[in-house]
Design a protein around this ligand. Structure first.
Ligand code: BGC
Ligand code: BGC
Length: 609
């Protein structure tokens, strides 16, 4: 009791003595803060290692957060509380925070989440299009607005740390994370990701309406080769990227430089390898290039168990990761073993004490800059913002801008809202889960009514005139209505997936969808296909049979935005963020020598009418 009181007094003194630390988007955070140095001087090795430990919330109780002085907690994909409501989230996160504040030094924990297309694990949050669609929209102002909205929804749940933007530059669309990247083009990735980061962080991280962005996954996660992954049944995700420093500097590194110029303060390391060296143990790239050469002065976080992949020996993995420059380890489960291992490594001199102090300094600096010491809990004023109409309006606008018109024979589009009848086919036409894709409520996403929103079918129904008959059949059987349907809209594409589960060797439409499309092409007057997918797909001879084709990507909860453009209330403005192959054996493209004649559609393609 007495000791606790003494430390509380010390802490208050320390807090009061410090100059207010705030960062603006381009000014570096003050490096030596008296409050940090005072805290460091008080901390035991156990408390320091606790700060470097990041645990997924289902693996730890609040009591152990206190006992082990844990520095960070996260929700992985699908890491929602028992009661998946904004209030349930706020209670859960505040509970962990309370436990952190009950430690001897009362250092707040930082809670992280993948709010990668809105605050997507939260039931009722607005879900934005995945980054592939935002790459098609290619509008930096829109990205900043999306960042601001996402930050506001996070703050209501007490979370001030987002694991985004992904600045991956996917070079092979067979990769299951292609949709998490904005484009195969480095310049587009740099411009959109930094605009989004500015929206999350704005000018002052300590301001009540801002959160910390995480630029990921360092580096060249988008450059891995098919067949090089050693993780489970993955093929390309978490695999090996190869090349020289020129390739790295030209394709994969620039988004980090631009993010740093824009105030990036947290970087996540990639599961992948660069020239067969696991990035989590890659000191040259993490410390020499990212920290020293690019001047990154924030803190570096590991990916989910990524440290464990460095070596068969856990001890060696931990030593190499921390010495490579990782500040916080996303363990994510077994914190006791991590803490014990790093303690032994420090005591044995295999990890220098200076490296531990450096890591803790980097972490505390951000906790201070974020204002966590002053405002550690959720801000209930923001609860009502989660999934609000105003936020949904921003997402709907993003959907409109993301659509890419790829074929429009005889100007089949836009449709008239006064049309007599319209025949809508395909399971994906009326499914919030499918149109939202992976990283929606669940890590892998899930078909079905998983969160509130407007499906594409509902959007069509809400747009057409009162006299229009909208017929819907998920298998495209309209025989009981007519033998000759007039205007047909088929909504087909990919089922939800995330990460390596989406590594796909052929990118073909499902056999059932192909059969349906062939049948519709025979009976309908016109067929317009809306493709729901995280990337270009192989269309083969089917393409020739369609009158219209629109790449809808993974639009999220605001399906009304699709109908807004389909019926001509808004124009088609999106352009392809990825090159569209004729056949899968063209992959991976050699972009240097690729000619636009070799492909179905070059990057940048998009009709306006
Ligand atoms: C992913 C990261 C993500 C982390 C936490 C990992 O599997 O690679 O992108 O931020 O999990 O959910
Ligand atoms: C988590 C994800 C994480 C993945 C890594 C899942 O169980 O929910 O967030 O990215 O594991 O493999």
């Amino acid at each position: 009791m007495k000791a606790n009181f003494a430390y509380a007094v010390l802490l208050v003194a320390v807090l009061l003595s410090g100059a207010v630390v705030s960062i603006s988007s381009n000014a570096p955070i003050e490096t030596v803060d008296p409050r940090i140095e005072a805290l460091l001087a008080e901390m035991t090795l156990a408390e320091k290692i606790g700060q470097m430990t990041l645990i997924e919330k289902n693996s730890i109780d609040p009591a152990d957060v206190t006992d082990y002085a844990i520095g960070g907690i996260l929700s992985g994909g699908g890491g929602y509380p028992r009661e998946n409501t904004p209030e349930g989230w706020a209670d859960m996160v505040n509970g962990y925070q309370q436990a952190a504040l009950e430690t001897r030094l009362g250092i707040p924990m930082i809670y992280g989440v993948d709010a990668v297309h809105g605050h997507n694990n939260v039931y009722g949050a607005v879900i934005f299009p995945h980054n592939v669609g935002l790459g098609a929209a290619n509008n930096p102002e829109l990205m900043t607005r999306i960042g601001e909205v996402t930050a506001a929804e996070m703050i209501g749940t007490g979370i001030y740390w987002n694991y985004g933007p992904a600045v991956s530059v996917p070079q092979d669309i067979r990769w299951g994370r292609t949709y998490e990247g904005y484009s195969e083009d480095t310049a587009i990735v740099s411009s959109l990701s930094s605009a989004y980061l500015r929206g999350l962080q704005q000018a002052d991280l300590a301001a009540p309406d801002t959160v910390l962005a995480t630029v990921k996954h360092f580096v060249a996660d988008g450059g891995t080769r098919w067949g090089s992954s050693k993780t489970g049944n993955y093929q390309i995700d978490q695999g090996v990227a190869r090349g020289d420093m020129n390739l790295l500097r030209r394709v994969h590194l620039p988004p980090y430089e631009v993010a740093i110029e824009n105030g990036a303060q947290s970087v996540m390391i990639s599961f992948s390898s660069w020239n067969y060296v696991k990035m989590h143990g890659n000191r040259e790239l993490i410390t020499d290039v990212l920290k020293t050469e690019l001047g990154f002065d924030g803190f570096i976080v590991a990916d989910w168990g990524g440290v464990d992949q460095i070596s068969l020996s856990y001890y060696e993995s931990v030593v190499r990761a921390i010495n490579a420059g990782i500040d916080m380890n996303m363990v994510p489960y077994d914190y006791k073993t991590f803490i014990e291992t790093l303690t032994i490594a420090v005591e044995a001199g295999d990890v220098p004490m200076e490296r531990i102090d450096d890591a803790v300094r980097n972490i505390l600096k951000l906790k201070l800059a974020l204002g966590l010491f002053e405002q550690p809990f959720s801000n209930p004023d923001y609860l009502a913002e989660i999934g609000s109409e105003a936020h949904r309006e921003v997402a709907r606008d993003a959907v409109r801008q993301s659509l890419v018109l790829l074929k429009n024979e005889n100007s089949v589009l836009p449709l008239s809202a006064d049309i007599d009848e319209i025949f809508v086919a395909g399971k994906a036409a009326d499914d919030i889960g499918i149109q939202s894709g992976g990283w929606t409520i669940e890590w892998q996403g899930r078909p079905g009514d998983i969160t509130p929103g407007t499906t594409i079918l509902e959007g069509i129904q809400a747009t057409v005139s009162a006299d229009t008959a909208v017929y819907y059949d998920k298998f495209g059987h309209f025989d009981d209505i007519t033998d000759a349907p007039s205007t047909c809209i088929a909504v087909v594409g990919e089922m939800p997936y995330a990460e390596g589960f989406g590594d796909d060797p052929d990118l073909e439409l499902a056999a059932r969808d192909k059969r349906m499309l062939r049948r519709l092409a025979e009976v309908c007057d016109t067929v317009t296909v809306l493709l729901i997918s995280g990337r270009p797909m192989i269309l083969n001879d089917l393409f020739a049979q369609w009158d219209g084709l629109v790449a809808v990507w993974l639009p999220g909860t605001e399906g009304q935005g699709v109908a807004d453009v389909l019926f001509g209330d808004y124009p088609f403005t999106g352009t392809l963020p990825y090159t569209w192959p004729h056949a899968v054996d063209q992959l991976p493209f050699e972009f240097e020598t690729l000619s636009s004649e070799d492909v179905l559609f070059p990057r940048g393609f998009g009709l306006t009418e």
